[in-house]
Design a protein around this ligand. Sequence first.
Ligand SMILES: [Zn+2]
Length: 172
Amino acid sequence: MTRKIIWAPWRIEYIEKAKESLGTDKKDECFLCTAWYNDDELVVYKAQNSFIIMNRYPYNPGHVMVCPKTHTRYLENIPEEEKIEMWKLLEVSIKALTSAIKPHGFNVGINIGRIAGAGLEDHLHIHVVPRWAGDTNFMPICGNSKIVVEDLKSSIIKIKSYLQEIVKELKI
Ligand SMILES: [Zn+2]
């Protein structure tokens, strides 16, 4: 079936206005910056310019985020060396999670802007969400809740040990 498009060009004015009122750039209130500078226990791996942190409110066990150390919401503001390192950390995360918790697949993505689902829109990050067959049920749809079957501490211990080995292999 072909999807029908309804054009509404007059709405661009409202959208442009809404764009201006999005977020602030306060580094000291940013939990990712705080985690980077204070070596938060959720940080499972810290490279030179980027890091991997467990999501405190995971969609699934092993939900991590790959983050640049630069506090910015714009892809183009992330320095080249950080971007390259982030890509490597993405690879490392997927390898470590695959060994540690054996998911059937992954969702990898960036939410840019609150409207796109970014809980923290001022510090860009890549979500890595392990997926298993049958891991979606009625709870997120009907109850706006998610059941996560493993506690964060156990996930951290498991994932950290695999990360150390894989990082050595990839020389990051
Ligand atoms: Zn930040």
